[in-house]
Write a protein that binds this ligand. Structure first.
Ligand code: DP6
Length: 326
């Protein structure tokens, strides 16, 4: 059987950085994110008795052997769960262009989870899909449910999954993804997570996050953008302080990243409601409400150093589509 799934990338407002179990990808803390409408992965999986191994094709991308192995291992785990024996032909394609430094593991593993389980005849619930996607890449579990998503850290594999706390229509936020770097990151996020405890700031982050979570969710529920944006931005800086003080230190920003951070702070002093967040890379997610989008876009277009901008609205989670990639 052949199945194609589409899954969005997501941007974390409350970040996942550090695990309590590396193998099961259980996070040290719960995290909160928004699915991105214009940054997504399409994946087609077909099981066939005529194949004597899994065939994985990444359209328009060169992928390392390590990454291919990670995908094959994950596919094997789904196959043993399904009980079917035939190998799979997988083709996958990202909406965001190759070499833009956008992490594709969240959308990639979410799309693969849904396409592969459906192609292998497994009908899983959203919770089961989220748990399975988490085993591929932690943040992928947040790309399964719709809209604004909470990943409860849980204490076991069965209790660590993501669920939607608001539909995409709840709040008309915009995430202008400013691509400022065309290089792949040198250290994978998986290796980065492993070093968190070497940061002297880590324990402090862990104790302070419960309070951040409740303040962020309160501002979100109230749709108080000034408060929400400030908490999101502070949380991003807190995660990067841990990253930068780990051993070895992870410093992801470049000069355009810091220029954008400065500009956004400056625009706020002029009364413009705009904030930012940054994941494990140099690219900046500029956040505003849709009513202020054209004003913010006008300001961003006046800057140099940004290679490309992608305007994202909140979007639904992983779902099956009818057009196949082969
Ligand atoms: C900085 O989900 O890529 O983007 O579970 O090892 O695959 P693995 O890590 P990954 O980590 C994402 C980290 C982050 C923050 C976030 O998305 O919450």
């Amino acid at each position: 059987m052949k199945c194609t799934a589409k899954a969005p990338a997501n941007i974390a407002f409350l970040k996942y950085w550090g695990k309590s179990d590396d193998l099961l990808r259980l996070p040290a803390n719960s995290s909160f994110s928004m699915n991105l409408s214009e940054a997504f992965t399409l994946t087609t999986v077909e099981c066939s008795d005529s194949l004597n191994r899994d065939v994985i094709e990444f359209e328009g991308e060169t992928v390392s052997e390590k990454e291919t192995h990670r995908v094959i291992g994950f596919l094997g785990a789904i196959r043993s769960r399904s009980g079917i024996r035939s190998f799979s032909h997988v083709r996958t394609k990202n909406s965001f262009p190759k070499g833009t430094g956008i992490a594709s593991s969240a959308s990639g593993f979410a799309a693969l989870t849904l396409a592969a389980t459906s192609a292998m005849g497994l009908a899983l619930s959203e919770k089961e899909l989220s748990i399975l996607a988490r085993l591929g890449s932690g943040s992928a579990c947040r790309s399964i449910p719709d809209g604004f998503v909470m990943w409860e850290k849980g204490t076991t594999s069965e209790t660590s999954f993501a669920h939607s706390i608001a539909q995409p229509t709840f709040w008309d936020l915009r995430d202008i993804l400013c691509i400022v770097d065309s290089c792949m990151k040198k250290i994978s996020t998986t290796d980065g997570h492993a070093g968190v405890k070497t940061s002297p700031l880590w324990e402090e982050r862990m104790t302070h996050l419960a309070q951040v979570e409740s303040a962020m969710l309160h501002a979100f529920t109230e749709k108080n953008f000034s408060l929400f944006g400030q908490i999101v931005e502070d949380e991003c800086m807190n995660m990067h302080a841990v990253m930068q003080s780990q051993s070895p230190p992870l410093y992801y920003w470049n000069e355009t990243t810091t220029m954008l951070m400065d500009k956004i702070h400056g625009w706020r002093t002029e009364g413009i409601e705009v904030y930012y967040t940054i994941d494990a890379g140099a690219n900046v997610h500029v956040l505003c409400e849709s009513k202020n989008l054209s004003q913010v876009m006008h300001l961003l277009q006046g800057l140099s150093g940004i290679l490309k901008m992608v305007i994202n609205a909140p979007s639904k989670g992983a779902h099956v589509v009818n057009e196949h990639l082969f």
